[in-house]
Design a protein around this ligand. Structure first.
Ligand code: GDP
Ligand code: MG
Length: 213
């Protein structure tokens, strides 16, 4: 029987407060642009299926930092149980671009011994007239970290699908090649859901995950 989804990937979305993380997640999971009110504590999670190839679906479980970024109190568990991440800055806010490095360092220090596949996202690209970060310099920074760079707008629905799908494809390729493996006690990647069939792909395989973070 065909799997409803092959794998579940858990993703995080990080970056300075107000760069648009919650709006981007809502646009992707709910298909609309809405003002988001963050809960004061905890994390919110959202999920959606993505078809990366015909008939091949991945379930994304996307975690939002729910306001904690203002206090830099994001927990270690939030990072270490994720396989992928969108690292956002706001193209109209230079400071949020300068903070990309700090976010990456923060993720790196928390995620050991695992690693996270990141995509650098320049958000609010609908506000071209207020742009403070050029595409070229963002691409250069992403290149230096070995990441891809994509510009998105939740307001105008630009590249939102593309950003999540590209990251999902990148992770899927690493799972396929064995660079990322399912591990017991780790939430980053889970094997697929096949109705009425017990299958054994949850086996723990010992192989180092490539350090991409
Ligand atoms: P977060 O703190 O990173 O989760 O940011 P929010 O998602 O709460 O968004 C912060 C502000 O940016 C809100 O006023 C949103 O309406 C606005 N915003 C979010 N995404 C976009 C976008 O793509 N374009 C524009 N112009 N504004 C956006
Ligand atoms: Mg938010």
């Amino acid at each position: 029987m065909e799997a409803i989804w092959l794998y579940q990937f858990r993703l995080i979305v990080i970056g300075d407060s107000t760069v648009g993380k919650s709006c981007l997640i809502r646009r992707f999971t709910e298909g609309r642009f809405a003002q988001v009110s963050d809960p004061t504590v905890g994390v919110d999670f959202f999920s959606r299926l993505v078809e990366i190839e015909p008939g091949k679906r991945i379930k994304l479980q996307i975690w939002d930092t729910a306001g904690q970024e203002r206090f830099r109190s994001i927990t270690r568990a939030y990072y270490r149980n994720s396989v992928g991440g969108l690292l956002l800055f706001d193209i109209t806010n230079r400071r949020s671009f300068q903070n990309v490095h700090d976010w990456l360092e923060e993720a790196r220090s928390h995620v050991q011994p695992h690693s996270i596949v990141f995509l650098l996202v320049g958000h609010k690209c609908d506000l071209e007239a207020q742009r403070q970060v050029t595409r070229q310099e963002a691409e250069k920074l992403a290149g230096a970290y070995g990441m891809r760079y994509i510009e998105t707008s939740a307001r105008d629905a630009i590249n939102v699908e593309h950003a999540f799908t590209e990251l999902t494809r990148e992770i899927f390729a690493l799972v396929r090649s064995g660079d990322i493996t399912i591990q017991e006690g780790w939430e980053g990647v889970k094997s697929g859901f096949v109705p009425n069939v017990v299958h054994s792909s949850e086996e723990v395989t010992k192989s180092d995950r490539r350090c991409l973070c």
